[in-house]
Ligand binder design. Structure first.
Ligand code: GLU
Length: 549
């Protein structure tokens, strides 16, 4: 029998602290019954994606709705994948989407009593538990070289055996103290492996809060716990950290489901109560007739940076993801158009276990609704902030006279049925450019069926009676009078019943004016537009058109 106490001392002579010391250092949190403690645990690769946001949003809602807390742990155990500045990018990216942490890694260091919150700074903590597992006979050093492991793999392939380090392939599992010492004396690098007692003949029953009841195959692999540099693998760090940081709910992508049986073994061996798990299905998109997972390589919309650059407001992306995550969100929004989004009761029970379909057209629809409910003031602030980074000319125009810009953005806003003109902030410039003289051009031509004499008569007739002080009704009555005077129908119903009796209708007269004043056939409410432009500019544009005709 291997003397595990001696082996533990041999491998971890520097470790003097015990699991009991760790329990004392990181006590159970004092929180109300039912409070969810969860975390985001991203790797600092420099790429923040929509999946991070989906996971973050789910955790954030569950924590903050239950009086619990959310923390950020940086999983930097894979130094090869780390990109400088990635932690900052990550924190800022998430903050931009209203994912705020109560504790954990911050840009200027750590905040909270359960840290450090960066895994590479927690090595001494992992080693306490690594030593404990060795002591219990549940972990052992493995000195296999890359070549030996490749050789095992090749043999497994030839024998059509399952891959991995297990059973007869686990060549260091039962070595003697002498053999281990000899390898150590030679200075051979080693990894620490878990001694699994599981069998693939057995199934475990497990309830995931999103996926429901599952039956999973037990783990029989002696997975690596510590790499040769003493840094833990994800699996080992997950068990140690989520226990000591007192995580109650782990929300993560379902790519981790296959290793869950191993994680549960680890929790048991370490004497920890496992957290509750929520495994989120992937984000997918339609590709022709079939669905596929969003891919970093093929789909720019997977990156969070895509949405800001495309001009989507944060709130639109947020509400869209809510729509995707909770099947009842849209109905709630319809019933509560003006309620703050955080008054929606998010529930993980409404999440689709199979994952969610990402649909940019739907995002645009949601965004139109979201923007239509914003005040002119808010739209102004958002557009200015967008334009500052992405459209210098727009930024300069809007900030030159903020009140003027706000009056434009207020058109059609605030009523029961607000206009839905914008899905993204890049829609703003083509909508309001005609309000700025240096941008104004006539882009639409009058349809050929109309006689120039009629167009001229309409423009001149309008000028003859226009009074800036008129309200919208009087203003339109005057346009109707112009229509009547030229043999155009002022009553649309009468016109539709007998179009041949008229040269056109009041709608056409309005269109003549619209093209002259706004340069195009589709533009915001013309009465409001004329009020904002003022009589002098309206007349100047009409005169310029009369000259051209
Ligand atoms: N670092 C892991 C990842 O980025 C975290 C998974 C988890 O939340 O436990 O996938």
């Amino acid at each position: 029998m291997l003397d595990t106490t001696a082996l533990a001392e041999l491998l971890f002579p520097h470790v003097t602290l015990t699991p009991a010391d760790m329990e004392a250092r990181f006590p159970v949190r004092e929180l109300p019954e039912g409070a969810v403690v969860s975390r985001m645990a991203p790797s600092p690769t420099g790429f923040v994606h929509l999946g991070n946001l989906v996971q973050g949003l789910t955790s954030e809602r569950m924590c903050h709705q239950s009086g619990g807390l959310l923390f950020l742990r940086v999983e930097d155990t894979d130094a090869k994948r780390e990109v400088p500045g990635a932690v900052k990018t990550l924190i800022e990216g998430l903050k931009h989407y209203d994912i705020n942490f109560d504790e954990g890694a911050t840009i200027d260091g750590d905040a909270g009593n359960y840290g450090p919150y960066r895994q590479r700074q927690r090595v001494e903590i992992y080693h306490v538990y690594a030593k404990q597992l060795v002591l219990q006979g549940e972990a052992y050093p493995c000195f296999c070289t890359e070549e030996e492991l490749a050789d095992i793999h090749a043999k497994q392939e030839a024998e059509k055996a399952n891959f991995g380090y297990f059973g007869k392939w686990a060549v260091w599992r039962d070595r003697s103290m002498e053999e281990i010492k000899e390898a150590l004396d030679k200075g051979m690098p080693y990894v620490l492996r878990f001694r699994s007692t599981g069998s693939i003949e057995n199934k475990i029953k497990f309830t995931d809060l999103i996926k429901g009841n599952l039956e999973l195959t037990e783990n029989d692999i002696d997975h690596v716990l510590l790499k040769s540099d003493g840094i833990p693998t994800y699996h080992f760090a997950h068990a140690v950290d989520d226990h000591l940081m007192r995580t109650t709910h782990v929300v993560r992508g379902d790519e981790w489901l296959p290793t869950l049986p191993f994680h549960l073994q680890l929790f048991r061996s370490l004497g920890f109560k496992p957290p509750k798990y929520l495994h989120i299905g992937p984000l997918m998109k339609m590709d022709g007739e079939s669905k596929r997972k969003l891919s970093k390589r093929k789909d720019p919309e997977l990156a969070l940076t895509y949405y800001r650059a495309a001009g989507f407001p944060v709130q639109s992306v947020y509400e869209y993801l809510m729509t995707v995550l909770n099947s009842n969100f849209e109905d709630w929004r319809r019933a509560n158009p003006d309620a703050p989004v955080d008054s929606f009761k998010f529930s993980h029970k409404k999440m689709n276990p199979a994952g969610s379909l990402f649909d940019e057209a739907k995002l645009r629809d949601v965004s139109k609704n979201v923007i239509s409910r914003m005040s002119a003031e808010r739209v102004y602030d958002e557009v200015v902030s967008f334009a500052k980074d992405y459209d210098e000319a727009l930024y300069a125009h809007l900030t030159a006279d903020p009140d003027y810009a706000k009056s434009i953005l207020a058109i059609g806003r605030g009523g029961k049925k607000p206009r839905k003109d914008f899905a993204v902030w890049t829609d703003v410039k083509p909508y309001l450019d005609f309000f700025y003289d240096d941008w104004f051009t006539v882009t639409d031509a009058y349809p050929e069926q109309f006689r120039t004499a009629d167009i001229k008569a309409a423009l001149e007739g309008f000028k003859a009676t226009f009074n800036e002080a008129d309200d919208a009704t009087v203003w339109f009555d005057k346009i109707k009078a112009v229509a009547d005077s030229m043999g155009f129908a002022s009553d649309m119903k009468a016109y539709k019943e007998n179009p041949a009796a008229y040269g056109g209708s009041v709608a056409d007269v309005s269109m003549f004016l619209r093209v002259a004043v706004t340069g195009r056939m589709n533009s915001p409410d013309m009465y409001s537009a004329m009020q904002i432009l003022g009589k002098d500019r309206v007349f100047a544009r009409i005169d310029a058109m009369l000259q051209k005709l």
